[in-house]
Design a protein around this ligand. Sequence first.
Ligand code: AMP
Ligand code: MG
Length: 319
Amino acid sequence: MDALAIEQAVSMLRRAELVAFPTETVYGLGADATNAHAVARVFELKGRPSNNPLIVHVADIDQALALVSRWPATAEKLARRFWPGPLTLVLPRNDVIPDIVCAGGPTVAVRCPDHPVALELLRVFGSPLVGPSANKSGSVSSTTAEHVRTSFGDRVHVLDGGPCLRGIESTVVRVEGAHATILRPGVVTHEQIAEVTDVDTYEPVYAPDAAGAMPSPGMLRRHYAPATPTRLFDRTQRRAVLDRVETGENLIILSHGIDTEHGALIRMPRDAESYARELYAAMHRADDAGADAILIELPDAEGQVWSAIRDRLRRAAAG
Ligand code: AMP
Ligand code: MG
């Protein structure tokens, strides 16, 4: 990305305009995190409920320090080990960041993204940026500049940094003293975090009445969802799913396990990292196909990245 493109984006951000930028996870809808008006436009454009806080993106640990009222040794260790990278830390906040960013709550979520364009933008801007996924609230995240343009047309300036390499959102971790709790699984795994600190995982409950029990207002049960009705199936149902297509039902299938060539089938990778990287692009394709339903095979392999993928798939198919 040339310096001119970054300069142009920075002057837009300084005028409280929005700029979508690539990160290693998904594209972010960027705005000046210290400007409540700019942040309000992000909520408005996304149609995001005001009780769902935004992640604040920083260039480095120093920028994060300026936003928090406490920075436990655990936060320092996690940031040193995983930043820049797909790990978001939730910490007690000070009043540098306006309330709207944190949905009025006492904490702020911060992360330093591992992408040269995002880092350059943050460095030249010199101040933190909010960066929720650059898509309408609740729908499938954007992993290409094209996805962003499809969501927002010319209402948002997009810095095109190519397809995102990780493909699913950051791991969100609440840090309290020496203890960490994973609020949202991601590609930084429980095992990796456990090498640094004592950690447990908040187990989301997918019951319809679970909303009251959520530790973070942002952990919506239905999220990351295509507009087309989406259902999950398991390996024992592969044949039955193919039979439905063959009898003429207008379905699109996402599967890493079905081998046959079929127009209705989007074949997914068998390794977790590639699956995560391709997931949202596949969901966008499936959504654009005009099918009556999308059927996704829920992978059953062990591993934290697969767990993060299952988390996104369950939310996509909820409700
Ligand atoms: P998104 O920007 O769409 O990837 O969503 C950001 C997610 O980060 C939200 O859905 C929340 O789960 C989480 N988050 C952001 N800020 C906070 C916070 N202050 N406390 C807890 N979770 C947060
Ligand atoms: Mg999102």
